[in-house]
Design a binder for this molecule. Structure first.
Ligand SMILES: Cc1ncc(COP(=O)(O)O)c(C=O)c1O
Length: 359
């Protein structure tokens, strides 16, 4: 299968399919901060354009120092990568799990990384009747033969953040039973009240946190992510295994710049607070849609009119949403929409009023 079918953000291919100028397409399929790349970063890149003429620091010391300041974790616990995606593959390559438990639906790259290393996969279905949240049953699904678990908090595509007490029980269980627990916090920065699990890393060296800067700081094309764990041995061996210079100069500069851009961070919280409420409430007004309350910057939807292909219907209005048919555990009736600027969100609601049966 072409990679283009597997993720959101395929504006070029979809615009071509519909014969529309890609610049005129409203992309709700990729969950990127609509405030765009921070001005602090644009300025830093323009000032430092000449740095493209040199190799980046092969150890990215300034970047790791910035990530260390930001997370409160020692630099030895941190490995930066070319997006969280690179690190999903690196951690699996390093830990070489034999049998992993994979919640379903979930982000596709965990499966690809595990399969590439020949790891056997057992699925843990997240059920609609549980609002696609893990329950205490996950602890009994972690049988003695499982040596790896991926969790995504908040989960993609469902936008749900699990119950914190359960999450901590899962961490404790994995630590006790020697199970590598990889928690993907790529969207955690969109939850101002949620710090994630960095504070408990020291006492849980089987815990590995994945973070991404590409969504919150709107730099999916620059690419930057990082992994944090108190398992210094694993971090060090991943550092040794990593190909040189996978992070380009400007992505490294992004990590050194944007985490201190408190104005941008506050503006993002304010936008999300307003637009999360607006879009959730507006979507909830459609009888033909079932909506899940979002924890982050995207909303998971089920179209109850099973005769309607909502993605195709909205494409006629130059709006691209993510269909979730290729997530194992979901089907053609499920969709994910990003929360965008107020004007764009209004355009989505206006288009939905035209395509949904009862407005
Ligand atoms: C849950 C999740 N983790 C990781 C990634 C990869 O992020 P990055 O752009 O940092 O590689 C994505 C991208 O969509 C994602 O949805």
């Amino acid at each position: 299968m072409a990679k283009s079918g597997q993720h959101g953000g395929n504006v070029l291919q979809m615009a071509e399919k519909c014969g529309v100028d890609p610049d005129l397409m409203l992309d709700f399929s990729a969950n990127i901060n609509p405030l765009g790349m921070p001005d602090s970063l644009k300025n830093a890149i323009m000032t430092h354009l000449h740095l493209a003429e040199r190799y980046p620091d092969i150890d990215y010391q300034a970047l790791h120092a910035a990530l260390s300041r930001h997370t409160g974790c020692p630099p030895e616990w941190i490995l930066a990568g070319n997006g969280a995606t690179e690190l999903i593959f690196s951690i699996v390559r390093c830990l070489k799990p034999k049998k992993a438990l994979l919640p379903m639906p979930g982000f596709a790259e965990y499966r690809r990384a595990l399969q590439r290393e020949g790891c056997e996969i057992t699925h843990y279905p997240l059920l609609e009747e549980d609002d696609f949240q893990p329950t205490a049953h996950i602890l009994s699904a972690l049988t003695a033969d499982i040596d790896c678990l991926f969790l995504c908090t908040p989960n993609n595509p469902t936008g749900q953040y699990p119950d914190l007490a359960l999450l901590l029980a899962i961490v404790a269980h994995c630590q006790q039973h020697d199970i590598a627990l990889i928690v993907d916090e790529s969207f955690i920065d969109f939850l101002p009240k949620q710090q994630g699990l960095t504070a408990i890393l020291a006492e849980n060296p089987k815990l590995y946190l994945l973070r991404s800067l590409t969504k919150f700081f709107a730099i999916p094309g620059l690419r930057l992510g990082y992994l944090i764990s108190a398992d210094e041995q694993a971090i060090s061996s991943m550092r040794n295994l990593q190909e040189p210079w996978t992070i380009n100069t400007f992505a490294a500069l992004a990590g050194e710049t944007v985490l201190d851009d408190h104005r941008y961070i506050q503006q993002t919280y304010q936008w999300l607070d307003e637009e999360q409420r607006y879009l959730f409430e507006s979507l909830s007004g459609f009888a033909a849609l079932k909506i899940w309350r979002p924890a982050a910057n995207y909303i998971f939807i089920r179209c109850l009119d099973e005769t309607l292909n909502l993605q195709d219907a909205l494409l006629a209005h130059r709006i691209l949403i993510r269909h979730c048919a290729n997530y194992p555990g979901l089907n053609t009736h499920y969709y994910r929409v990003a929360i965008k600027s107020h004007a764009d969100n209004q355009a989505l609601i206006a288009a939905l009023k035209q395509v949904l049966p009862h407005g």
